[in-house]
Design a protein around this ligand. Structure first.
Ligand code: FAD
Length: 322
């Protein structure tokens, strides 16, 4: 719980960028979650570093979020300080074949900037919703590619407020995973190295990717993308999670406002008024049915944010709810 003095100190550091009593349903991609006591949106690495030092000094618990495209917030909301890393297109600088970008930039804007600069290599990210920091944290991507392949270095702020510079080789990128899952670093920016390409070819490729995604993914209702990660052993025998969930007859399965999408069974949509509890209940049911049919336990890709600010696999929500 933050005191009035904590809030004053935070506001002094990030004037006009601090908000109290923020309904998470308004900012979260799934449109669920109770109230966040305080949301702060620092600007630039110096402000971020000063913010972390202040949190350390005042022993303030905090949680870092980007565009919330992979997060499920608890119905009880958030008592820890919510640090949301946000930026805009002014945080993108093209230098030859390299692009410096702030972590708060919306990923699809970055792919558009690369296209305008005639640079190829990140078209696969054009439809992946997320901030650059969130994309790097998750090593996000599509078409069997990941953002990590295009990165040269990442700038972050560690748990003591110190600014760190890491080469991409030190970022531990594997499928939808990075070193940032295991440390307290907040990504504040990155440099990508791309290859020169013809603008028209890049544009056509991006339009074709977007058309395929529009046909495949449920975009009408709020959702967090794929809920479960693919498991190679299950994939070999049974197929990807979406196909397995569909074969189990779970498309359209509903608890409260949370529904297994009829378009893509690995998506759970908020069809109206869903709570985090509804979504977790649907996840548990899907997991249990798939386990009975295949012997494989699906692992969530979506991450759960507890009121304390603890963030982990949505499976942790079971422990939290227990
Ligand atoms: C419709 C839809 C389609 C999707 N398709 C894909 C897809 O094709 N491929 C794919 O990989 N993903 C996909 N996703 C998931 C999502 O887009 C990615 O996981 C993305 O990387 C999340 O970025 P974010 O900024 O929203 O991160 P958030 O959801 O806000 O956070 C995710 C995690 O990253 C951490 N984090 C965020 N920012 C920072 C930072 N600056 N520093 C340190 N940690 C940080 C958070 O603490 C959290 O643990 C999809 C989601 C949706 C809704």
């Amino acid at each position: 719980m933050l005191s009035a003095a904590d809030i004053r100190a935070l506001r002094g550091l990030c004037p006009n960028r601090l908000h109290v009593d923020v309904p998470l349903g308004r900012i979260s991609r799934w449109r669920v979650g109770g109230k966040a006591d305080v949301v702060v949106r620092p600007r630039g690495v110096a402000q971020l570093s000063a913010l972390i030092r202040l949190c350390l000094e005042r022993r303030l618990p905090y949680v870092v979020v980007g565009a919330t495209s992979n997060l499920l917030f608890a119905d009880e909301g958030l008592r820890a300080l919510c640090i949301q890393v946000q930026g805009d297109t002014s945080d993108i600088a093209v230098r030859g074949n390299e692009i410096d970008v702030g972590a708060g930039v919306w990923g699809p804007y970055l792919t558009l900037s690369a296209m305008h600069a005639g640079l190829t290599g990140i078209e696969h990210l054009c439809g992946v919703p997320g901030s650059v920091g969130g994309l790097i944290y998750m090593n996000a991507g599509s078409q069997r590619k990941s953002i990590g392949n295009a990165l040269v270095r990442v700038v972050s702020v560690d748990g003591n407020g110190a600014v760190m510079h890491r080469d991409a080789a030190d970022c531990g990128f594997t499928t939808r995973h990075s070193v940032f899952h295991g440390n307290r670093e907040i990504i504040s920016g990155a440099t990508l190295r791309l290859a020169p390409g013809a603008r028209d070819t890049i544009r056509r490729e991006m339009m074709s990717i977007m058309a395929a995604r529009r046909a495949k993914f449920p975009l009408r209702f709020p959702n967090c993308g794929s809920v479960f990660v693919s498991n190679p052993a299950m994939y070999e025998r049974w197929g990807p999670p979406g196909a397995v969930i569909e074969q189990a007859g779970l498309k359209g399965f509903r608890i409260g406002g949370a529904v297994v999408s009829r378009l893509h069974a690995n998506f759970i949509v908020n069809a109206g008024g869903a709570t985090a509890a509804d979504i977790l209940a649907v996840m548990r049911h899907v997991r249990s049915v798939v386990h009975q049919r295949t012997g494989h336990l699906l692992q969530p890709e979506v991450r759960f944010v507890e009121p304390s600010g603890q963030i982990g696999s949505a499976l942790d929500a079971d422990a939290y709810a227990a």
